[in-house]
Ligand binder design. Structure first.
Ligand code: SAH
Ligand code: SF4
Ligand code: F3S
Length: 475
C-alpha cells in the first residue's frame, strides 16, 4: 500500500490523536477492572534514527495508557528492527524465538515488529510463515499510525500488516517520549538518496525528505523551554539538508538559525557525508559557540577505485583534504568514522589504501564493519565477493590500527578543565556522576545528583583511554 497524499500532515495527526483518545478510554475501563495498567517494552536495534522512532512509539503508547517495563515479559512487546547488516536481522529472529515461547504461556500478549527490516518483503514473508504469533507489522513510514493499527488488531483476530513503500507525509505533533530530560534528538530529514552500492538504507527508508526549517526551529525552541540543553540533529546525510525544499536552505544556514535559540547550549549532528560537506559548514563550525567539538565523517574505504564502485562520490584525496580543512578551522576536533572491510573486489592494495588513510588521519575512533551482502543492492550482485576468511583477516588488521590511533588521541585533554554535560549517576559506582565532554568522551567524577542535566566545569585528572576520571571545579 502507498499513501495517496490526499490527506495533509495536520489532518492525519488529528485523526491519529482521536484514535489515541478512543483507546485511552478503553484502556482506562480495563484498568479499573483489572486494577493494573498494561505494560509495554520496546527493543530497538540499529541507529539513532530507530532510537528516535522508538521515542515516538513510546510516546504514543504512554498516551494510550500503557506503562513502560524493563522486561520482554510485557503485555505489548515491540521490536524496532534494523537490516543494515545480516547480523542485525539475525538478532531479531533470536528475540522472536524467545518471545514465541513466552506468548504461548501468555496468549493475550501482543507482539509488533516495525522498522527497517519490515520494509523488506522477504523478511515479512518469513515472519508470516514462521512466526505466525506476531500481531502487528508496520514499517518506517507509518509509525504515526501505531494507535490505529493497535485498534485494528484489538478489533480483529488477524495479523495486522501495514507497509508503505515510500511517503511524502511528515506527520508531526504526535506524542514523543524523551529518554533524557536535558538532551534530545531531532530529525531534520528522513530517507536517503545516495544509494551507496552496498547499502540497504535508501530502499527501506525511502527518498530524502527535509523537514521545513520553521518546524525544526519551533520544535527545538519548545525543547529548550522544556529544559533541553543539548540537541542531536539527525539525518542520513545532514549535509544535503534543505536542497529539495521549495525554498532551498543549506545545512550551514539551518545551523546558524539553531545557534540563535536561547537555552540550547550544545548542538551535535549525524551523519555527515563527505561529498556534501561544504566550506560554508566548516566556517559555521569554526565560528559556532554551540556546535560540539566532534564530527563523525564516514570514510568507508580509503581506495579511490573502491569508493567509485561504492558510489560514494569522493576520492581518497578529497577526503584527506576535507580533514585538513576541518582540522585547520576547528583545532583539536575529535574525528570519528565508519569503515567497511571486504567490499566486493577489494584487493590487498585497496585495503592498504584504507590503512593509509586511517594512519594519516589517526581517527579518535572508528566503527569497523565486515561487508555484509544486502539483497537488492548493486553490490550484492557483484561477482567478485571477497572470501570471508580473507575479509576477517583484514578486519583484524584494521581494528588493530584503529585502536592504536584511538589510544594515541585519547587523553588529549588530560589535566585540562572542560565543560561537561552531567548525564547520570555512574552505573558502577553510585558516588560518581557521569558526564559527556563536547568531543563526546565520558568523564566520571564525584558530585551531587542535583547536577544532572547541567553543564559544569570538570578538571580531567586522569585519562583512562576512552574516558576520564575528573574533579568538579567549583567557582
Ligand atoms: N548515512 C550514513 C550511514 C548509515 S549506515 C553515511 O552515509 O555515513 C551506518 C554504517 O553502516 C555505514 O556508514 C557503513 O559503514 C555501514 N554499512 C552500511 N551498509 C553496510 C553493509 N552492507 N555492510 C557492512 N557495513 C555497512
Ligand atoms: Fe547508506 Fe550511503 Fe545513504 Fe549512508 S549515504 S544511508 S551509507 S546509501
Ligand atoms: Fe538505521 Fe539500521 Fe535502518 S542502521 S536506518 S536502523 S537499517
Amino acid at each position: 500500500m502507498n499513501n495517496t497524499n490526499t490527506i495533509s500532515n495536520e489532518q492525519e495527526a488529528l485523526r491519529q490523536q482521536a484514535i489515541i483518545e478512543e483507546l485511552k478510554k478503553r484502556y482506562e475501563l480495563e484498568e479499573k477492572k483489572t486494577g493494573r495498567k498494561k505494560t509495554f517494552h520496546i527493543v530497538t536495534f540499529g541507529c539513532q534514527m530507530n532510537s528516535r522512532d522508538s521515542e515516538k512509539i513510546s510516546g504514543i503508547l504512554k498516551q494510550i495508557g500503557y506503562e513502560e517495563t524493563d522486561s520482554e515479559d510485557a503485555d505489548f512487546v515491540l521490536y524496532n528492527t534494523c537490516t543494515v547488516r545480516e547480523n542485525a536481522n539475525n538478532k531479531v529472529y533470536g528475540h522472536l524465538g524467545y518471545i514465541g515461547t513466552l506468548k504461548e504461556k501468555h496468549p493475550s500478549m501482543l507482539v509488533a515488529l516495525c522498522g527497517c527490516m519490515m520494509q523488506e518483503p522477504v523478511a515479512v514473508e518469513k515472519i508470516k510463515s514462521k512466526y505466525r504469533f506476531v500481531d502487528i507489522i508496520f514499517g518506517t513510514h507509518n509509525i504515526f499510525k501505531l494507535a490505529e493499527l493497535l485498534k485494528t488488531r484489538l478489533e480483529s483476530d488477524r495479523m495486522v500488516i501495514d507497509l508503505w513503500k515510500d511517503t511524502n507525509l511528515i506527520v508531526e505533533d504526535l506524542p514523543s517520549d524523551r529518554k533524557f530530560k536535558f538532551k534530545a534528538s531531532v530529525n531534520i530529514m528522513y530517507g536517503c538518496n545516495n544509494f551507496c552500492s552496498y547499502c540497504i538504507v535508501p530502499y527501506v527508508r525511502g527518498r530524502e525528505r527535509s523537514r521545513d526549517p520553521q518546524d525544526i526551529i519551533e520544535e527545538i525552541t519548545a525543547l529548550a523551554a522544556d529544559g533541553v540543553v543539548e540537541i542531536m540533529l539527525l539525518g542520513q546525510n545532514v549535509n544535503s539538508y534543505g536542497k529539495n525544499l521549495e525554498k532551498p536552505i543549506t545545512f550551514a544556514q539551518l545551523l546558524k538559525e539553531i545557534e540563535k535559540i536561547d537555552g540550547i547550549e550544545r548542538i551535535r549532528f549525524m551523519t555527515s557525508h563527505p561529498k556534501d560537506l561544504s566550506q560554508d559548514l566548516i566556517d559555521v563550525m569554526r565560528d559556532s559557540q554551540k556546535i560540539c567539538n566532534h564530527l563523525h565523517l564516514p570514510l568507508q574505504s580509503g581506495s579511490t577505485r573502491l569508493l567509485k564502485i561504492m558510489n560514494r562520490r569522493y576520492t581518497k584525496e578529497d577526503y584527506l583534504d576535507l580533514v585538513d580543512r576541518i582540522r585547520e578551522a576547528v583545532p583539536g576536533i575529535s574525528l570519528t568514522t565508519d569503515l567497511i572491510v571486504g567490499f566486493p573486489g577489494e584487493t590487498e592494495d585497496d585495503f592498504l589504501e584504507t590503512l593509509d588513510v586511517v594512519e594519516k588521519v589517526c581517527f579518535d575512533n572508528a566503527f569497523t564493519f565486515l561487508y555484509s551482502k544486502r539483497t537488492g543492492t548493486p553490490a550484492a550482485a557483484m561477482e567478485n565477493q571477497v572470501e570471508s576468511s580473507l575479509a576477517k583477516e583484514r578486519f583484524d588488521r584494521l581494528l588493530k590500527l584503529v585502536q592504536e590511533c584511538a589510544k594515541k588521541s585519547a587523553g588529549k585533554e588530560e589535566h585540562t578543565v572542560q565543560k561537561v554535560l552531567v548525564e547520570e549517576v555512574n552505573a558502577q559506582d553510585s558516588n560518581l556522576l557521569t558526564g559527556r565532554l563536547s568531543n563526546n568522551l565520558l568523564v566520571h567524577f564525584p558530585g551531587d545528583t542535583s547536577l544532572i542535566g547541567k553543564i559544569v566545569d570538570v578538571y580531567l585528572k586522569e585519562s583512562k583511554g576512552f574516558y576520564y576520571m575528573g574533579e568538579l571545579v567549583t567557582a
